[in-house]
Write a protein that binds this ligand. Structure first.
Ligand code: GLU
Length: 456
């Protein structure tokens, strides 16, 4: 069974880039494999107690609910610290973690020197070379160590990435990552690997900014297995499948600040439907066409990692708005009923829907039915025409057709001269919903009253 996870850190609101990652993990799970639907987990990465906030956890849940990306389970890293401790101890006993004592300034200086010499800024493992006596001396000075994971330089790293194809890393080209701070708190790397094992995550799908983390984590998975931390049953495969998607950029091709703050609240305020966000993000950056598909099952069915490109995916607001308009035109009455103006029924929704770019605009259009409408100026001739119209009006199955057919015969008017004064008299506007659908909503008495009023 496929298990995916979306693992946001609750240090801010979800932005369009995170939303896309969540969506793709949800789709991967919903598509499932071998006739079986998968699981989509929400994992709150809240080991950073200082920056994590409960209000963001709530907001993440609310945003996923608004998008309709309901997780099948939720986990929190802050509730799992004992697990990380156990993994840490297992790795430590196996000689795969070591204490380091450099200050941030010392490390920074080392990097500057390396860069100055044209060398890559890789940690030099000075702490690994310390003798017991040297370590004891540091601790006697009161310096608490932070902890690094020791990469195995003899074990080349390779994986078959679901988006990027074969990926290879030489471990000696990577720094041994710091996994734990001097105050005992955890950095991202180890808890994430422990959780992916423990929660049976089969597919890790995330942004390409995590590619080098994956290289490290692949060795971590193997080390946890060797150190006996991983139960044999979950070690059928030494690590999950990995796929890294290209990042999302603004239309101008750069990572924009604006995208970093664009999220569900902004979408909602602009009248963007979750279905539109989903239709766009599902396929943006893939070789499949972005289309206003409101049917999630269809999007899930066509979801295919092998169609994901390696070039940055370009997010364009205008495209989102186009998709949204097309989606709004497909929405069923039941889907929007609780957001429609009082009294607007299914027939009203159907009449007005084609004119909308957002559902919220329904209120303005509904005013054409309930009134009051704006009054228009008419020529003498048109006023006579409207008087004739009021007298001609009959009420049957299709009053608009009956009225215009009769008026055409009586007056010889056609085209714009026939229709526009009627539309203006009945709605106060030059354009708008189909009059044939509108008239039954306005009703016979009100229709006649508006024609008479306009006729003066
Ligand atoms: N909390 C990490 C992040 O938001 C999760 C990365 C991952 O998916 O492993 O970047």
């Amino acid at each position: 069974m496929i298990t995916t996870r979306f693992a946001p850190s609750p240090t801010g609101r979800l932005h369009v880039g995170n939303i896309r990652t969540a969506l793709h993990n949800w789709m991967l799970a919903r598509k499932g494999g071998a006739g079986e639907k998968g699981r989509f987990l929400l994992r709150i990465d809240d080991t950073d107690a200082e920056r994590s906030r409960e209000e963001y956890v709530d907001a993440i849940r609310a945003d996923l609910a608004w998008l309709g990306l309901e997780p099948d389970g939720e986990e929190r890293q802050s509730a799992r610290l004992a697990k990380y401790e156990a993994a840490f101890e297992a790795l430590r006993a196996a000689g795969r973690v070591y204490p380091a004592y450099e200050t941030a300034q010392e490390l920074d200086l080392k990097r500057k020197i390396q860069l100055g010499r044209g060398l890559p800024p890789i940690y030099d493992r000075a702490a690994l070379a310390l003798s017991d006596a040297e370590r004891a001396a540091k601790e006697a000075e009161g310096i608490a160590p932070h902890w690094r994971f020791r990469l195995d330089h003899d074990e080349p790293i390779a994986w078959d990435d679901g988006v990027r194809g074969t990926q290879k890393f030489a471990p000696a080209q990577l720094s041994d990552p710091v996994i734990r701070r001097a105050d005992g708190s955890w950095l991202y790397m180890l808890p994430s690997a422990v959780d992916d094992i423990d929660m049976g995550v089969t597919h890790v799908l995330r942004g390409e900014d995590h590619v080098s983390n994956t290289a490290v984590q692949i060795q971590m998975f193997a080390a946890l297995y060797v150190a006996g931390f991983v139960a044999a049953k979950s070690a059928a495969k030494s690590h999950p499948d990995f796929a890294h998607e290209a990042l999302l950029v603004g239309r101008e091709g750069k990572l924009s600040k604006r995208l970093g703050s664009l999220g569900c609240d902004a979408f909602r305020e602009r009248g963007i439907e979750p279905e539109a966000v989903i239709a766009l993000l599902a396929r943006l950056g893939t070789s499949q066409p972005v289309e206003p598909i409101a049917d999630r099952a269809a999007l899930i069915e066509s979801f295919d990692l092998s169609t994901f490109g390696r070039a940055p995916a370009k997010f364009d607001d205008a495209e989102l708005e186009r998709i949204n308009t097309a989606i709004v035109h497909q929405l069923d009455f039941a889907h929007v009923a609780d957001r429609l103006p009082e009294g607007m029924d299914e027939a009203g929704w159907r009449a007005i829907r084609p004119n909308l770019t957002t559902v919220a605009e329904a209120g303005e259009w509904w005013r054409l039915v309930t009134g009051p409408i704006d009054s228009c100026e008419f020529s003498e001739e048109d006023r006579a025409y409207l008087t004739e119209a009021a007298a001609t009006l009959t009420w049957g199955d299709d009053p608009w057709r009956a009225l215009t057919t009769a008026l055409k015969d009586k007056t010889g008017r056609k085209g714009k001269a026939l229709f526009l004064p009627l539309r203006q008299a009945l709605t106060g506007m030059d354009h708008g919903p189909d009059m044939a659908e509108l008239l039954p909503l306005i009703g016979e008495d009100e229709t006649r009253a508006r024609l008479r009023h306009a006729a003066g």
